[in-house]
Design a binder for this molecule. Structure first.
Ligand code: TZP
Ligand code: MG
Length: 203
């Protein structure tokens, strides 16, 4: 399950999150994150979860832990973890997925020790989607995190069809894509191209 294209539906980039998820799922993506920096809309969350469940895909919620309990997993940044008891987080998530963004190898090791299921790392390349993401860490930065953990790693930031091959070569298990899907003229075709390219690169 934690392999391939990891599609992030960022509420600030799409007016039609449900239609976008339907297109992404139709293209074969099986890992979807709902990212809503202005707050989770529970009707949207329910609609997305209904679509992902129907396809055997997982829906992971960014930031909002309680909303994540209504879905299949929680994705946390380092700042989301700061004031939390990680044993309590792991136990309340139960079998749901727990992903943690890590900029450094030591953060990846700590995330694994805390019971994370996967680790996010980036930005792989320049991105305008997350203004505070910092400078691109490139393939070397992703490789350093891949080497530090046995968990699946999802690379993120500035990823599209043109650099998917570079991402695959890092050993990352997944490539996260946000604006390349939200801004695509035909999100289904773009997602299908990404899925096909990844599958050809990582057999
Ligand atoms: N975390 C690091 S970069 C990023 C996040 C959420 C945004 C990536 O978006 P895009 O549009 O795929 O560059
Ligand atoms: Mg966060």
């Amino acid at each position: 399950m934690l392999a391939g294209i990891y599609a992030i539906v960022d509420r600030s980039l799409t007016q039609q999150p449900v239609a976008l998820v339907e297109a992404i799922l139709a293209a074969g993506v099986r890992v979807v994150q709902y990212r809503a920096k202005d707050g989770v809309e529970h009707d949207v969350l329910r609609a997305l979860h209904q679509r992902t469940r129907a396809c055997g895909a997982v829906l992971i919620v960014n930031d909002d832990f309680d909303a994540a309990l209504e879905a299949d997993g929680w994705h946390a940044g380092q700042e989301d973890l700061a004031d939390r008891d990680l044993r309590n987080v792991r136990s309340r998530l139960g079998s749901r997925l727990f992903g943690v963004s890590c900029g450094l190898p030591e953060e990846a090791r700590a995330a694994q020790a805390a019971g994370a299921d996967y680790v996010g790392v980036g930005p792989f390349a320049a991105t305008s989607t997350k203004p505070d993401a910092g400078a691109a860490i490139g393939a070397a930065g992703v490789r350093a995190v891949v080497a530090a953990t046995s968990l699946p790693v999802v690379a993120i930031g500035g990823i599209d069809a043109t650099n998917l091959g570079d991402v695959a070569q890092t050993g990352a298990a997944m490539a996260a894509v946000v604006s390349a899907l939200a801004r695509a003229a035909d999100p289904r075709a773009t997602a299908a191209e990404l899925v096909q390219r990844w599958n050809a690169l990582v057999p």
